[in-house]
Design a protein around this ligand. Structure first.
Ligand SMILES: CC(C)(COP(=O)(O)OP(=O)(O)OC[C@H]1O[C@@H](n2cnc3c(N)ncnc32)[C@H](O)[C@@H]1OP(=O)(O)O)[C@@H](O)C(=O)NCCC(=O)NCCS
Length: 289
């Protein structure tokens, strides 16, 4: 029986190209291993994605990579798993516990409480493995995309790119819409330095709608979009989203993507009406550290 050695990618940077090609081969489809960095989900992984993780654990059998598990940042209490990726399913009974046990220990040392794993619903094998390893299903989410090439709405309409003077009002709307999000825990100036753009919609002079879009390469990522609770029910989000699509198309992004919880019916209605197409659905499985 094979013996396995666990190494961290930091100790063996020479393994990065092989790890990347394994993640690339596990792109969208029945064997999809969803990237734990949302704006990068479904895209060809690159070295920057590995650098954006908290760590990449590799199970080696001699020189062969038998398993990979990357740990991605999510919040101060929780991480998102990218993997595990175990090319030979016959090795799962030995490799999976090794990887998960090692990650658990690292999480406890880092004072994390839990981990979440996004599992494409087509990847029934990975789902079964994680359930057997003690993970529990929490929520499903859909990944949607919208083509921007040839997008005809050149006009932003009532939508504006948020200026610094607007950041307070934008943050107020985003916090009211996403009380659990850490987006506004730092200043929006800092978020823009990290690569976000913010959009706003005014109604009667007040900022009632706001959005945060993360810059990507060819695909930008709509991280947050919300209408102030007091202004909902009037379809104001349609104009906000239309303006965002126009603005992102003008920036020459080819596509815009987003994730949305499967039970968020108003948001799904909004996206589908605007022409977003569902790329896949994933379940979030969670487990304590
Ligand atoms: C999503 C959101 C921006 C929509 O705001 P809005 O413009 O006020 O939207 P409306 O209330 O006018 O409704 C939007 C659509 O959802 C439908 N809808 C509203 N409540 C619904 C419900 N409970 N079940 C099903 N459909 C619902 C509306 O009929 C409308 O559909 P239509 O365009 O086909 O008529 C707003 O609900 C919001 O800010 N939510 C909190 C933040 C959020 O979840 N953002 C999305 C994160 S991915």
């Amino acid at each position: 029986m094979a013996d396995y050695a666990l190494v961290d990618l930091d100790q063996r940077p020479d393994l990065a190209p092989r790890v990347l090609s394994m993640f690339a081969a596990a792109g969208p489809g029945p064997g999809h291993v969803v990237c734990g960095i949302p704006p990068r989900m479904g895209l060809e992984p690159g070295a920057g994605d590995l650098a954006a993780t908290l760590g990449v654990l590799i199970a080696l059998s001699g020189r062969r990579i038998a398993g990979v598990l990357a740990v991605c940042p999510y919040s101060a209490e929780q991480v998102t798993l990218w993997g595990p990726l175990i090319p030979d399913p016959r090795e799962q009974p030995r490799v999976l516990p090794l990887l998960v046990q090692e990650v658990r220990q690292a999480l406890r040392e880092g004072n994390y409480a839990s981990m979440r794993a996004p599992v494409d619903q087509r990847n029934r094998t990975l789902r079964a493995w994680l359930l057997a390893a003690g993970f529990q299903p929490w929520k499903d989410f859909h990944c949607y995309e919208h083509e921007l090439v040839g997008h005809r709405h050149a006009d932003l309409g009532p939508v504006q790119v948020a200026a610094r003077d607007d950041f307070e009002a934008v943050a107020r709307v985003l916090q009211a819409c996403f009380p659990d999000s850490d987006h506004c825990r730092v200043s929006l100036v800092q978020r823009e330095n990290e690569g976000y753009r913010h959009y706003l919609l005014r109604d009667g002079g007040q900022v009632v709608g706001a959005a945060a879009v993360q810059a990507g390469g060819r695909r930008s990522w709509l991280k947050l979009i919300g209408i102030d609770p007091a202004a909902r029910g009037r379809h104001l989000s349609r104009a906000l989203l239309a303006g965002i699509l126009a603005a992102e198309a003008k920036l020459n992004h080819q596509r815009i993507g987003l994730e949305v919880f499967a039970d968020n019916r108003p948001a799904i209605a909004l996206y589908e009406r605007a022409g977003f197409l569902r790329a896949w659905t994933a379940s979030l499985l969670v487990a304590p550290a």
